[in-house]
Design a protein around this ligand. Structure first.
Ligand code: KIV
Length: 267
């Protein structure tokens, strides 16, 4: 097994101009596949609300669910850097509650870092966690936990005041001690400026090709999600088609009596 990926590995990759690969996923087996092909980082994202639970958005994901899924991913990811996504409501109530929940996730899952959505409103949390030795990943641009305010998925950073705010908040997050930043649904040019301005790695999803790395949801990239395909998703396989063909063959072989055959039976 290659050496465990740490934040220093990711930082070195940025400094050398090598791209960082990140996948968002929620279970042991997919994490193991990511690990086996050398994906650098795995995010246990709150997108599990939609992808795993079939909900409309990320708002219903609980801290217990993030802990449960991060534990499963950690068992599969022996090498990759694992980030647990702090869910909606787990860090907005008070600084004290945010710290308590953060330490609970680290203690129970042994995640390598925690991700929080937001800009200036999360700075006190980032500062306190960084001082305590917790690696914090920021998330700017479209932040799905604010879906009610955005009124739907939206590209953020097209307007001048948004660009200024994003650049200011990205710098402030780095100064507060964040070790990495995710940029979601952000125009390519502002994502490039933020990437070039910051010393910490910037990972994009729908943020163009100039960020230090890319993140996609496992189920999107292997083509398991057939009905929704945002512009930034590329399907690297037709997973749904493949699985349906297997299921159809299984169904037909059971119905016709072809399966199980001798080789699948005990004497
Ligand atoms: O929840 C998630 O999977 C994410 C990524 C899409 C960045 O936040």
């Amino acid at each position: 097994m290659d050496k465990k990926v740490t934040i220093r590995t990711l930082l070195r990759k940025k400094q050398r101009g090598e791209k960082i690969t990140m996948v968002s996923t929620y279970d042991y087996l997919s994490a193991r596949l990511c690990d086996e092909v050398g994906i650098d980082a795995i995010l246990v994202g709150d997108s599990l609300g939609m992808v795993f639970k079939g909900e409309e958005n990320t708002l219903g994901v609980t801290l217990d669910e993030i802990i449960y899924h991060t534990k499963a991913v950690k068992r599969g990811a022996k090498r990759a850097f694992v980030i647990a996504d702090m869910p909606f409501g787990s860090y907005q109530v008070s600084l004290e509650k945010a710290l308590e929940n953060s330490f609970r996730v680290i203690k129970e899952t042994n995640a390598d870092a925690l991700k929080f959505e937001g800009g200036k409103e999360i700075l006190p949390i980032v500062e306190r966690l960084a001082e305590s030795g917790v690696a914090v990943v920021g998330h700017l641009g479209f932040t799905p936990q604010k879906i009610q305010i955005f009124g739907g998925a939206k590209v953020v950073g097209r307007r001048e005041e948004e660009r200024k705010r994003m650049l200011g908040e990205a710098k402030a997050l780095e100064e507060a001690g964040a070790v990495m930043l995710v940029l979601e649904a952000t125009p390519t040019d502002i994502a490039k400026e933020i990437t070039e301005t910051l010393n910490i790695p910037v990972i994009g999803i729908g943020a163009g090709k100039y960020t230090d790395g890319q993140v996609l949801v496992f189920h999107d990239l292997v083509g398991l999600v057939e009905d929704i395909k945002p512009r930034f998703v590329k399907r690297f396989a037709e997973g749904a088609k493949l699985f349906k063909e297997a299921l159809e063959r299984y169904k037909s072989e059971v119905e016709s009596g072809k399966f199980p055959s001798e080789e699948h039976c005990y004497e």
